[in-house]
Design a protein around this ligand. Sequence first.
Ligand SMILES: *Cc1c(COP(=O)(O)O)cnc(C)c1O
Length: 386
Amino acid sequence: MNSALHHKERIVEFVRGIYGPDFIPLHRPVFAGNEKKYLAECIDSNFVSSVGQRVNDLEQQLASFTGARFAIAAVNGTAALHIALVLAGVRPDDEVMTQPLTFVATCNALSYCHAHPVFVDVDKDTLGMSPTAVARFLEANVVVRDGKAVNRTTGRRVAACVPMHTFGLPCRIDEIVKVCSEFGIPVIEDAAESLGSYVGERHTGTIGAIGTLSFNGNKVITTGGGGAIITNDEEIAKRAKHLTTTAKRPHPYEFFHDEVGYNYRMPNLNAALGCAQMEQLPGFLETKQGIARRYAAFFSGLGIPFLQARAGTRSNHWLNAILLESKAERDEFLRYTNDQGVMTRPIWTLMNHLPMFSACQRDDLVNSLELEQRVVNISSSVPDPR
Ligand SMILES: *Cc1c(COP(=O)(O)O)cnc(C)c1O
């Protein structure tokens, strides 16, 4: 029997070999660089809030790291996604295609626009949106009228498509962008989990029209809470900065706001933390890759599927994941490992299984339904060097 449940003691022993004898969280942040120094400088400067040099510095560093022309820092990844959707032209009563296998923030953000999610299935190898499912859905349900993609069943406009790079595994984003472009539908990449993940040499989040990042406490790098919009489009970048800063016209002392904006700009304190984290990001990615390699070899020896980036792509190895054989086996494995102080977690409940999204239109979701029962995340932190 090559099941994870059968090998549960060996798995816990292996994880303890990497992380030691204490309680092992799924993913904890590491503050081993200039965090305290930059935070102290920030406090000493009095610029702790939404104006300050660290915010600009972080944006520069994010643009340079991802290769995006522009990066706009925000209070969190959900807010970044909200603004990205507004800028892609999502309006009340529009529909937005997304995957049911995601963190709830993706669907919350499009609900803030009063748009309706439409769920299309994921690929089994990437856990990300399937271009085949997108094409199938569009061909069966959507017609282009006067340059607008219209869902024939509901009569609503399909205004955007939001795929997600699950756990840092790049989805088939080129194919998704291609299919959507045939219907004139812009793609927003939810790259909250994939800072440091690449398709070929291109960073995730830079392939669709707009990408969004998150720096929540459990992500690859953290600013406490934070996020960013990345784009190559100068007009979108300008609008993103404007909308996230209360739509205030820049002026040394006058207050003039030319539309309803949002107080979504990342504070300087958070950006100070982010600048210190960015310095360590290449090291974090290298360490995470080493750990993922060890896991891959170990699980392959046990005959247990360990999820890995598809050919031609690179994962940041944000969260490592294995596939169990059934929900019953998964539940037993989760109970055992968490009892042992080795935190493990099932993948999210599908969005269409949550009360507020249960009535949304969807395709058969065959892969999502199976993955919901079988995927388990295992310890993925960078071991704290202190
Ligand atoms: C973390 C995350 C977000 C954004 O979360 P915030 O906590 O608001 O920064 C969005 N989408 C996905 C898939 C995420 O994992």
